[in-house]
Structure formats: C-alpha cells, structure tokens
Design a protein around this ligand. Sequence first.
Ligand code: ADP
Ligand code: MG
Length: 257
Amino acid sequence: MTAVPVTEDAVPPAGNPLVVLENVNKHFGALHVLQDIDLTIGRGEVVVVIGPSGSGKSTLCRAINRLEAIDSGRIAIDGKPLPAEGRELARLRADVGMVFQSFNLFAHKTVLQNVTLGQIRVRKSEKNAAEQRARDLLDRVGVGSQADKYPAQLSGGQQQRVAIARALAMNPKVMLFDEPTSALDPEMINEVLEVMRQLAQEGMTMVVVTHEMGFARSAANRVVFMADGRIVEQATPEQFFSNPRSDRAKDFLSKIL
Ligand code: ADP
Ligand code: MG
C-alpha cells in the first residue's frame, strides 16, 4: 500500500514543531504494528487519528508517551529525543498528558488526591498550591463539587473529566486522548467532548484517537487515517470526509458514516 502524500493545506505550521516522529517502526513479534510512521505535530494543532481497530492507533499514542519502546526511528517531544530514562522520562511523561479509554483513576484516592498526586510527586508542587490548582481544574471540567468523592462514586463521564483534569494538572505540552469516550454511555459522551473542544479552543496541542466523527469535523486541524500500521492518508477534516483519496479510507468511512 502506498501512502498518499499529505496535501498542502493539511501540513502543520512550519518551524518548531512540538511532536516529531520520523520513520518509526514497532513490532509485536511477527506483527509490524507501526510501519515507517512520519508524523509532525505543530504547537496548538489538534490531530485526530482514525482508522479500523487494530491499525496501531493506541500503539502510536503509547509510543509518543514512551509506554511502548519503538524498534527503530526517532521520536522527539519539544526538541527532546526519546528514549529518555529515569527522571528525564518522568518529566517527559508529565509533558505528555494521556487520557485513556478506561478511566484509570486511582480507585483508593479521592478525586482531589487524584489530581494533586502527580503535581506533588513529579512537579514537586507544595500541597496547598497543588490543591488550589486541582480545584481550579476540576471546576473547569465541571466536577468541582465531586472533589472529595472516590472515583467509583462518579459517573463514567465525570471520571473521564477528572482524568482530563489530572493530566492537565501536570501542565502538559501536549495531550493524547486514546478513545476517551468509547467506554462511556452515550449520554455522557458529549460532556467529555465538550471539555476537549474547549481545550482545543484554548490552544492545547492534542492528538485524539476517536470514532467521534463530529468531533473530528469540528475540532481537528488535521485528520490522520491509519490502517495496518501505516499512515495511509492525512488531510484536513473537510477534505478527508468529503473526498477521501485512498480506498482504505473510503471503505472505512462507508462503514461508519
Ligand atoms: P488500535 O488502537 O488501532 O485498535 P493497537 O495499537 O491497539 O490498535 O493494536 C495494533 C495491533 O497490535 C493489534 O493487532 C493488536 O492486537 C496488537 N497489539 C497491541 N498491543 C500488543 C501487545 N502488547 N502485544 C502483542 N500485540 C499487541
Ligand atoms: Mg486502540
């Protein structure tokens, strides 16, 4: 399969990109799960990654956050190359906020503790300052009144908004979202997407794996379509949804739209 070159108006802003992947390859045994991935994400850019199940979207996110090691190629975050180790890796992870499909909150900690823990341990914030920041962020995502509850006492949509607040508390340079609404009941999807839209409007650099095509259309600067471990097509949402060029993308869109 030949990759379709990115078109003029889907090219990220030139100069000083925030996330750069060059010729990245990753195998799981015989499975070549990331194949020659080249991807540059500009500051403030919102990139939505879509594609069939098993195409390597989660592995891509995990590689950017160094939750998966890559076999070859280069990844750099804000000019700093991976792999980082030890303290440097902890700092890098703090620069890259991640929100997963499953909410991943610490079950035995309160909502407030969930949002202060990383600030205190990794960012070395004072407890009072961390709590103030946590409360501000919880207010911002609409769950300020839940601060003293435990995750299990919250709805899925509330938990996912706490997870977003927790990631933001680290003051990340880029936020990765891996199907953040896929595990939610339908009536809770919008409250999470709304928080993400807000973040995008505020200029956060975001990589979002999602099946929510409405979000892709309205919030993405660029759509990256993956299949079989490759980036098959990149385009603006307008181009991608109205005029997909690859057969794989046409086939994918015909099944979901
Ligand atoms: P997507 O997120 O697009 O559905 P993934 O990145 O999760 O795809 O997975 C891509 C492929 O890699 C799938 O075939 C999946 O089964 C496989 N895979 C993912 N993680 C592992 C792992 N830890 N070990 C072996 N195979 C894996
Ligand atoms: Mg996935």
